[in-house]
Every structure is written in C-alpha cells, then in structure tokens.
Ligand binder design. Structure first.
Ligand SMILES: C[S@@+](CC[C@H](N)C(=O)[O-])C[C@H]1O[C@@H](n2cnc3c(N)ncnc32)[C@H](O)[C@@H]1O
Length: 207
C-alpha cells in the first residue's frame, strides 16, 4: 500500500531493536521536554499539528500500518520537526517493551479501530490491560484522551473505564486548537464530519 512514492521516513522514524529494553526519551530527543504519545496515528495529521503548535513538547506516534507510518514520518521530516517521531509497531507490544514508567504527559487515542464484530472485541485497544499500562507510563496528572465515532466501542470503553478505579474521568478539553471546530483534527475526524457522524470523547487523568 504505497501512499506516495519516494517517501523518506528517516530521521523522523524511530526504529528500536526489539531487544533494546526501556528507552530514554532524553536520549532520543536530546532534551527534557514533556513527551506525548499518540496511538494509531494514521497519516500523522494530529501529530504534525501538535508538534508544530507545541514546540516545547515532544511527540511520538505509533502506527501499525507501514505505509501510513512512513507517510507520517515523511511529513514530519518535510516540516523540519525535530520534536516528533513515528514508530512502526503494535502499540500494545511497543509500550510494554520500551516505554518507561511515569514518562509521558499525555496519551492520545483518536478514532481507534472499532472491531465491531463480537468475536473481534478482544482486539480493541482499550481494555483493562491497556488502562493498566496507561497508569504505569503516565506521570501523575498525565491525561489519556480518547475520541471515537463508534457508539458500540464507546459503550465498551465506558464499561471498562467504569470498573477501573486508577484513572479519574475529567472533562475532555481538545488537545489543540483544531481548525473549524474539530475536536482533534485527524483525517478520520475530517472524513466523518462530512458524513455527519457524531463523536464521543473521554478524558482520564492519573491522580
Ligand atoms: C481508524 S484509523 C485512525 C487514524 C487516525 N487516528 C485518524 O483519526 O485519522 C486507526 C489507525 O490505528 C492503527 N492501529 C490499529 N491498531 C494499532 C495498534 N495496536 N498499534 C498501532 N497502530 C494501530 C491502524 O493501522 C490505523 O491506521
């Protein structure tokens, strides 16, 4: 699935050896700025906007699909952003393998794959085990934001979150001033707005 020929994902692509163990954000970004992680970045539209608007934060996007990951990394490179990286991996695995405890200020999950069939629900990203990882990697006061257009997935998220007592539900404040009244400004949001779909959002804070 080549989105565009001649993509140059380096140097915005972060490609760690599987056996490297926990990473150091300081070694990657060469500064101590707060780090925010987006899961399922797609074409990187949110990451690009966030890294441009907040040069004093570092941003990392994890994307499973290589073509999208390379596309997003190429965009970050073309915009000359040194405070953003893309990772090509499964977020569940990569977070467990590489992200240190209490090292992230925010986690962004926008329009995650809904896996609508009942037999696929176990593939949904937001599960108790994911929330446990969120608690582990967020700093105190760190926030997890989720937006979905899928009512069934949102019900599932609310049920999982309702039983999980280690994160506190707070008001959803858009993470950046997205254009045209969009909540987060991702490609899927822009597409779904044109289809008049409604969205649900949720924000959780680590106390
Ligand atoms: C529905 S798309 C949304 C993309 C983007 N967030 C947006 O709103 O435009 C979901 C994306 O998450 C990626 N994805 C799904 N599961 C993933 C996982 N476990 N780790 C990393 N990426 C994942 C998919 O490849 C896909 O690009």
């Amino acid at each position: 699935m080549a989105l565009k020929p001649n993509l140059i994902p380096e140097p915005a692509l972060l490609d760690l050896p599987d056996d490297q163990g926990m990473l150091s954000w300081q070694n990657i970004f060469l500064n101590d700025q707060p780090v925010e992680l987006e899961i399922g970045s797609g074409k990187g539209t949110f990451l690009l906007a966030a890294a441009t608007q907040f040069p004093n934060h570092n941003f990392v996007g994890i994307e499973w699909a290589r073509a999208y990951c390379d596309f997003a990394a190429d965009r970050l490179r073309r915009h000359g952003l040194t405070n953003a990286r893309m990772v090509r991996s499964d977020a569940n695995w990569w977070i467990r393998a590489h992200v240190p405890d209490q090292s992230l200020h925010a986690l962004h999950v926008y329009f995650p794959d809904p896996w609508p069939k009942a037999r696929h629900h176990k593939r949904r990203l937001i599960q108790t085990s994911f929330l446990q990882q969120a608690v582990r990697i967020l700093v105190p006061g760190g926030v997890l934001r989720v937006v979905t257009d899928h009512a069934g997935y949102f019900e599932h998220i609310r049920a999982v979150v309702g039983e999980f007592k280690l994160l506190q539900i707070i008001d959803f404040v858009p993470p950046l001033p997205a254009a045209d009244g969009l909540l987060v400004g991702t490609n899927f949001e822009k597409k779904y707005v044109l289809q008049n779909r409604s969205f649900n959002s949720l924000a959780l804070k680590k106390p």
